[in-house]
Design a protein around this ligand. Structure first.
Ligand code: ZN
Length: 122
């Protein structure tokens, strides 16, 4: 878990921009590949950092094992960001068993982050 948090922090240090990139995500697959990304902010839309990392992980064809997102403030302090509702929905759809880091010491299965979730009928 700590190495994944560090990967997210490293990505955010590299790409930090106080108006656009203040959160970074790192997602690890079962083989150990780590995919990272930062939040994208435009005039009317914000794209969570998890989304881009998530797409990369899904496109790898591997099962997602763990995910984390970290926020950095303007003074350089980091804290863990639990996933927003949309990201929780992505996790339970694609990786319900993946462990999601919710604070410095805890990761929980994605399926526990969004109980009683709505499921699309196909
Ligand atoms: Zn989100």
């Amino acid at each position: 878990m700590e190495s994944l948090i560090q990967a997210a922090k490293h990505t955010l240090e590299k790409h930090y921009d106080k108006s656009r990139h203040t959160v970074a995500a790192a997602i690890r697959t079962k083989s150990g590949q780590v995919f990272t990304s930062v939040t994208l902010k435009a005039q009317k839309i914000d794209i969570c950092s998890e989304w881009s990392a998530f797409v990369q992980a899904v496109m790898s064809g591997e099962e997602i094992e763990m995910g984390v997102a970290v926020h950095r403030d303007q003074e350089g302090a980091f804290d863990i960001y639990p996933p927003c509702g949309l990201c929780r929905e992505l996790y339970i759809t694609y990786a319900p068993e993946a462990n999601i880091v919710i604070n410095d010491t805890t990761a929980v299965p994605a399926k526990e982050l969004l109980p009683y979730a709505w499921k699309r009928k196909i």
